[in-house]
Design a protein around this ligand. Structure first.
Ligand code: PLP
Length: 450
């Protein structure tokens, strides 16, 4: 921060000049943004001095929490040594090489090659180009179609937003781009309560097979999904869902892409969400948690099926970004992964705070506004309902979530609202006492929303 100003002065300058992502600027100008100026552990402070428990890890990023000295030192050292060099034209840098090497330690078995970008969206654009290149190289160029899911989120670039199944995004800018289609999401509470979660999981997965048969398997390149749909509202799929998706992809020879931008790096209680659900994808998208958001970095983990073809038969792959393998970002990622290992954060989520969050969220089910709760590791959702007795949800009515979120803000808690679901994804370093604070505040805000 270069200047000291009052909150009002920051807000005025903000609404005058700064175009924010996913924001109605008239509404923002009327309210004024909350200006967050510093952070430590699981808390952030705004310019009015309010201390806020950040139960969203910024934007699902800050896995190791705020203020971690190792990451700050790694960035500083790398900025002093070599702030930038590219990975084009037969050059490389030590941090990018070290990161690729280190990722082989934590990636699921079979992943030994890594392509770097600066974000999840760019990484999914890379996926689109990479899988089509793969099919070209093995003599099946007609395999162009990529199948995503309704309400999935894969980014905001043309390809990322097309892979996403968000109608609000598709309504702007002529999306989706050609050869991207969508199938059902495994959202049992909204779509399947007339059957068991297990039966619904199979039914939702089988919409993929129906779509493949409709298009013709010989035209389908890949299926992409998040192990747990994050931005769509923390939709944890029934246990039957992912094994059936894997079976269908294998049966039709289709590549499986696990988008782990949120689920990766410990969030679900394993290093990667596909491990939590027992699935072996061909490609993995990552970003956010790889650097805990301290600096931007993303990428694609490329399994051997695709890597072998690209490397041995591919020649030039005419794709890449100036910041692919950015040395400062890679140095921070190395420090971040080492810290996750040293603090045993994956085990902390799996064995301690993940189950604790689940049990504390279950207690919220007695609340008159709550129809259901779901968690997976350190992701959680509270499903609010219009009618507790029948469990009827609010039918896409956004107001209730916005009201609850505003109460959270005013009471020192960041929770996100997705329609009528209130969701959390706190830093992995969170303690049981901090989870108690989170749940106590969440209950109070649900009371205020009634
Ligand atoms: N994929 C998933 C699963 C995401 O949740 C996100 C962002 O939230 C993205 C991709 C896009 O990442 P980015 O915003 O870094 O481009």
């Amino acid at each position: 921060m270069t200047t000291t100003r009052t909150t009002k002065q920051w807000q005025e300058a903000d609404s005058k000049h700064f175009l924010h992502p996913f924001t109605d600027h008239q509404a923002l100008a009327a309210k004024g943004a909350r200006i967050v100026e510093r952070a430590q552990g699981v808390y952030v402070w705004d310019t009015d001095g309010n201390k806020i428990l950040d139960a969203m890890s910024g934007l699902w990023c800050v896995n190791v929490g705020y203020g971690q000295r190792e990451l700050i030192d790694a960035a500083t050292r790398q900025l002093e040594t070599l702030p930038f060099y590219n990975a084009f034209f037969n050059t490389s840098t030590p941090p990018a090489i070290e990161l690729a090497e280190l990722l082989t330690e934590v990636a699921p078995e079979g992943f030994r090659h890594f392509f770097f970008s600066s974000s999840g969206s760019e990484s999914n654009d890379t996926n689109v180009r990479m899988v089509r290149r793969y099919w070209d190289l093995i003599g099946q160029p007609q395999r162009q179609v990529i199948i995503g899911r309704n309400n999935g989120y894969h980014g905001s670039t043309m390809a990322g937003a097309s892979l996403s199944g968000m109608s609000g995004m598709h309504a702007q800018g002529g999306l989706p781009i050609p050869n991207i289609v969508h199938v059902e999401q495994p959202h049992w509470y909204e779509l399947g309560r007339d059957m068991t979660p297990e039966a619904f999981g199979l039914k939702a997965a089988q919409t993929l097979e129906a779509k493949i048969l409709e298009i013709g398997a010989d035209k389908v390149a890949a299926f992409i999904g998040e192990p747990v749909q994050g931005a769509g509202g923390v939709i944890v799929p029934p246990s039957t869902y992912w094994p059936e998706i894997q079976r269908i992809c294998r049966k039709h020879g289709i590549l499986l892409i696990s988008d782990e931008v949120i689920c990766g790096f410990g969030r679900t209680g394993h290093w990667f969400g596909c491990q939590t659900f027992g699935v072996q994808p061909d490609l993995i998208t990552f970003a956010k948690g790889v650097t805990s958001g301290y600096v931007p970095l993303g990428g694609v983990m490329v399994g051997e099926r695709v890597a072998k073809v690209l490397i041995e038969q591919g020649g030039d792959f005419n794709h890449g970004y100036t910041y692919s393998g950015h040395p400062v970002a890679c140095a921070v990622a190395v420090a971040n992964i080492r810290l996750i290992q040293r603090l045993k954060l994956v085990e902390h989520v799996r064995d301690d705070v993940g189950p604790y969050l689940a049990s504390r969220f279950e207690e919220l089910r007695d609340h008159p506004l709550v129809g259901d709760t779901q968690t997976c590791g350190l992701m959680g959702a509270v499903q609010m309902v219009k009618d507790k007795a029948s469990g009827t949800p609010f039918d896409g009515d956004l107001a209730v979530g916005m009201i609850c979120r505003a109460h959270c803000f005013a009471n020192g808690l960041v929770m996100r609202a997705v329609g009528d679901r209130m969701i959390v994804a706190p830093p992995l370093v969170i303690t049981r006492a901090e989870i108690d604070e989170l749940v106590t505040k969440a209950r109070k805000c649900l009371d205020l929303t009634l």
